[in-house]
Design a protein around this ligand. Structure first.
Ligand code: EPZ
Length: 440
């Protein structure tokens, strides 16, 4: 693998070949926490959030919220107190939203509480165009005037009045954003064809803990009765389904044996069932799941779907594991239009995958060889780390900051499972890693 003179970003250095064995504890769900910390400003009292994942997306959103006057007290890595009573500015700056798409949850929160919000239109990202037409459809349905001017979404309402909303597509973000705005509207809102992800349920439970009246979250139909005020609450975020699934696939791809603790097994059913098809052994406990790999993974087919289907956020991790299985597998990505960017990278490690439209045709190979690859996005980056942990030789994964958006202490947790992985930020570190981990 060629060295480089100016490593200007953090990299993961990985020497593969060792099965991952042991126990790992899963953190709070990033995609629940992002919406929950935004929703916390809807009360004028102090809200305490526990089991917060200490990841970049969360820290950037908290910083963005402090800029508009939200009082943030980071008690520790995993606990924050939020008070929205001093919010004076409903206008989120572009610089902030450019760094974190999920700040669009502030529109639902600010509109619900202050009847107005001005937030820059979030850009697309590496996995697809990411429209927000369904968010705007919901805001308009409950009475907001919404316009897009100078790249900003401007939402204003004299009154917010409950409505019956039928979502054209199943969308997590829009379901959550509309739920937030509607929970302080007058009267009853019904959201049909709602997203059912665990983090949608977590946000509904959080809002109810503040005094909202939301029923049916986790089903296709969510019924909301608006309330005038939301009060203080202390709430603990659910475990992260995708972090858990990533470690489950880490056991599969390295033929390891990992006990994944602090999970809700029900949330992992679609992932467990695919790993069973691939020949792994799964043992479920109340709040843990144990995954044992197998020397030769079996091929299977996967289609990503809204919950309870196989999660799109697990597609890259499954793809790189299937590329090491015996036989041919088909992976169909039905949620986003550009979520196969990891294929070019994993090909450098020896995978044979052909992408036709939204389907990847994967012909399994025996082994990966270490290579230099770069993380196209958060989940693809995590998948490349898993591949590197199973590869012969040393790999270098660039753009680690993308992985750190959603994984707390990723390399620390993998090292604790026996993985030979370090975060390096200089050429010297890289050389040192390669020499000291050389198999004697
Ligand atoms: C959330 O994104 C997650 N992000 C994504 O996780 C996850 O992949 C996605 O849900 C699906 O589960 C956060 O929660 C911060 P969607 P979101 O709205 O809400 C279309 C990760 O790796 N759509 O459910 O943006 C959209 O184009 C990230 O943690 C519209 O057409 O996803 C897509 O095809 C990546 N109009 C589909 O719906 C809209 O107004 C699902 O998107 C909104 C969405």
């Amino acid at each position: 693998m060629s060295s480089t003179n100016n490593i200007d970003m953090d990299h993961y250095m990985v020497r593969g070949g060792k099965p991952l064995m042991g126990e790992v504890t899963i953190g709070g769900a990033k995609n629940a926490a992002l919406a929950i910390i935004a929703a916390a400003i809807m009360s004028d009292e102090t809200v305490t959030i526990e089991n917060l994942p200490d990841v970049r997306d969360i820290n950037v959103l908290l910083e963005a919220m402090s800029v508009i006057g939200v009082m943030i007290d980071r008690v520790d890595r995993h606990t924050v107190k939020i008070n929205g009573s001093q919010v004076r500015n409903v206008n989120i700056e572009y610089e902030l939203i450019k760094r974190i798409r999920a700040s669009y949850y502030l529109i639902g929160a600010l509109l619900g509480k202050y009847r107005q919000a001005e937030v820059p239109l979030p850009g697309g990202c590496n996995i697809g165009s990411r429209p927000i037409d369904q968010h705007l459809k919901g805001f308009r349905a409950i009475g907001a005037e919404v316009s897009v001017e100078r790249g900003e979404i401007i939402a204003k309402a004299e009154r917010l009045v409950g409505a019956h909303i039928y979502m054209d597509v199943v969308t997590v973000g829009a379901t959550i954003n509309i739920m937030m705005a509607a929970c302080m509207a007058e009267g009853k809102t019904t959201i049909e064809n709602a997203a059912k992800e665990p983090h949608v349920v977590d946000v509904a439970n959080f809002l109810n803990s503040m005094g909202a009246d939301i029923k049916g979250a986790g089903t296709d139909v969510i019924r909301i009765r608006g309330v005038e005020k939301l009060h203080a609450a202390t709430y603990s975020i659910i475990p992260d389904q995708i972090e858990a699934g990533t470690f489950m696939f880490a056991a599969a791809i390295t033929n390891g044996d990992i006990l994944i603790k602090n999970v809700i097994p029900k949330h992992l059913e679609s992932i467990s069932s695919k790993l069973l098809e691939m020949g792994c052994v799964i043992e479920e406990f109340d709040d843990a799941v144990r995954v044992k790999g197998t020397s030769t993974l079996r091929s299977t087919n996967i289609k990503t779907l809204p919950y309870p289907g196989f999660p799109t956020d697990m597609q890259p991790q499954a793809g790189v594991a299937l590329a090491l299985s015996e036989g041919t597998s088909l992976v169909t990505e039905s949620i986003f239009e550009n979520r196969f960017k990891y294929v070019d990278e994993i090909t450098r490690m020896g995978a044979t995958i052909k992408v036709e439209g939204n389907t990847a045709i994967i012909t399994g190979v025996k082994r990966y060889t270490g290579a230099r690859v770069s993380s196209p996005d958060l989940r693809a980056g995590a998948a490349l780390v898993l591949a590197a942990l199973s590869a012969d030789g040393v790999s270098m994964i660039d753009d680690v900051h993308l992985i750190e958006r959603g994984y707390e202490d990723f390399e620390v947790k993998l090292r604790a499972l026996g993985g030979c992985i370090e975060k390096c930020s200089s050429d010297a570190d890289m050389q040192k890693f390669t020499l000291k981990t050389a198999v004697v």
